[in-house]
Design a protein around this ligand. Structure first.
Ligand SMILES: NC(=O)c1ccc[n+]([C@@H]2O[C@H](COP(=O)([O-])OP(=O)(O)OC[C@H]3O[C@@H](n4cnc5c(N)ncnc54)[C@H](OP(=O)(O)O)[C@@H]3O)[C@@H](O)[C@H]2O)c1
Length: 369
């Protein structure tokens, strides 16, 4: 009797492990990216403006935030190669123009536009810790980036099929610090850059994306830090916010389809909404160094993000080796996982401090930022 029970349990356990392996292999090695779904011309044109301008508006566009460096800079290369025109967002015109020139040279048939906005200064967030922030009659802050107005002004006339909310990266100075080491201003700017900007941008653009004929894609570039790691408190917290927000938006979209709800133009096309996690990535603005299995470079990370499009999951880790690390962390008892995180972050802080703030000193195998 006991032997039968143990044999059955053993068989069930083996089947579940095998099933896990099959699912993993299908996700990371057998399912091709469906990015091509979002590379299609618009069927409608309003006939206003020159022929060339009209043609440009019918072409498919992607908007990528934080495109002047790191993973964003690699994402725009990959998206342009896939046939998309790109709106490059950032705050530094000189850096963005350099990326634009590189892209134009490599992909002369594509168009590239710039969108300048400091994502850390979303209206409201811009006032925290600042002495000169007058409130308007509604008690709202009069200055700061009005993302809805920016979308109306700069993006509404384009046939946008892809939005990548990539801008982020936490507070850079100090890179590793206790919560109270950061000023209210730094914490709020980090939240604005990481979450509020993406929330407002997605809110402003969703109606437009839903009016497309053949669907659209929204990606939030996430982090394995969303489980909560010490020494960068607002960073994991904002990533966890993004994870829940975009997961929920994906569910809302499914609900609307289930109930057959129409969008504001009498139709509502499917919008694929994803939160795509990364672990440590090297060759970004704040970390240079040799890539490894657990720390791919920005180009590999960008490819991994785009490879997950159409995988059927709204929350997914981009890169297979980092997913193995995440699964290992998930399988650990909470106290073991916490100890591991403390060990990793303590080692990292010590390394960064030894090197005068240089993050390339991060200990290999941390893998979780
Ligand atoms: N690198 C990693 O290990 C790692 C791991 C997991 C997740 N991620 C996520 O990947 C995304 C990209 O990170 P990354 O490592 O590629 O960072 P990065 O190299 O520092 O690039 C960040 C990009 O965002 C722009 N940016 C930063 N602050 C901005 C602001 N206030 N307003 C407008 N643009 C701003 C930067 O512009 P400037 O050139 O002007 O600074 C740059 O183009 C982030 O969401 C990050 O959380 C990164």
């Amino acid at each position: 009797m006991l032997t039968t029970i143990f044999t059955s349990l053993g068989i069930a356990w083996s089947i579940s492990i095998l099933w896990g392996i099959v699912k993993f292999a299908r996700l990371y090695f057998l399912t091709p990216s469906k990015l091509h779904r979002y590379v299609y011309r618009s069927s409608s044109s309003n006939g206003v403006g020159g022929q060339e301008k009209e043609q440009e508006k019918e072409e498919p566009w992607a908007v990528v935030t934080g495109a002047s460096d790191g993973i964003g800079r690699s994402l725009v290369q990959e998206l342009a190669a896939a046939g998309l025109n790109i709106v490059l967002h950032g705050r530094n015109a000189t850096k963005l123009e350099k990326v634009q020139a590189e892209l134009q040279k490599a992909y002369p048939a594509r168009s590239f536009r710039l969108l300048l906005a400091d994502a850390g200064l979303v209206r409201g967030a811009a006032a925290v810790g600042s002495d000169s922030s007058p409130g308007d009659s509604n008690g709202e802050v009069a200055h700061g980036i009005d993302v809805e107005a920016m979308v109306k002004r700069e993006l509404e006339s384009l046939h946008i099929t892809v939005l990548v909310n990539n801008v982020g990266g936490g507070v850079k100075n100090p890179l590793m610090g206790d919560f109270t080491e950061y000023s209210p201003r730094q914490n709020t700017e980090a939240l604005s850059k990481e979450s509020l900007f993406a929330m407002h941008l997605t809110h402003a653009m969703l109606p437009q994306l839903r009016n497309n004929h053949d669907g659209a894609l929204v990606i939030s570039v996430g982090s394995m830090a969303d489980i909560g790691i010490p020494l960068t408190a607002t960073y994991p917290a904002s990533k966890a916010f993004n994870k829940t927000l975009f997961e929920t938006l994906a569910l809302e979209d499914r609900l609307a389809r289930m109930e057959n709800r129409e969008g504001n133009a009498g139709r509502r096309s499917d919008v694929e909404i994803m939160y795509v996690r990364l672990g440590d990535v090297t060759n970004v603005s704040w970390r240079r160094g040799t890539e490894s299995l657990l720390m791919p470079d920005a180009r590999t990370a960008a490819r991994a993000i785009l490879a997950r499009i159409g995988c059927g999951r709204s929350v997914v880790t981009a890169y297979w080796a980092q997913e193995l690390l995440r699964l290992t962390c998930e399988a650990m008892p909470a106290w073991v996982r916490d100890r591991f995180l403390l060990w990793v972050m303590s080692g990292w802080r010590a390394g960064v401090e030894r090197n005068g703030g240089d993050a390339s000193a991060s200990i290999a195998g941390g893998g979780i930022l």
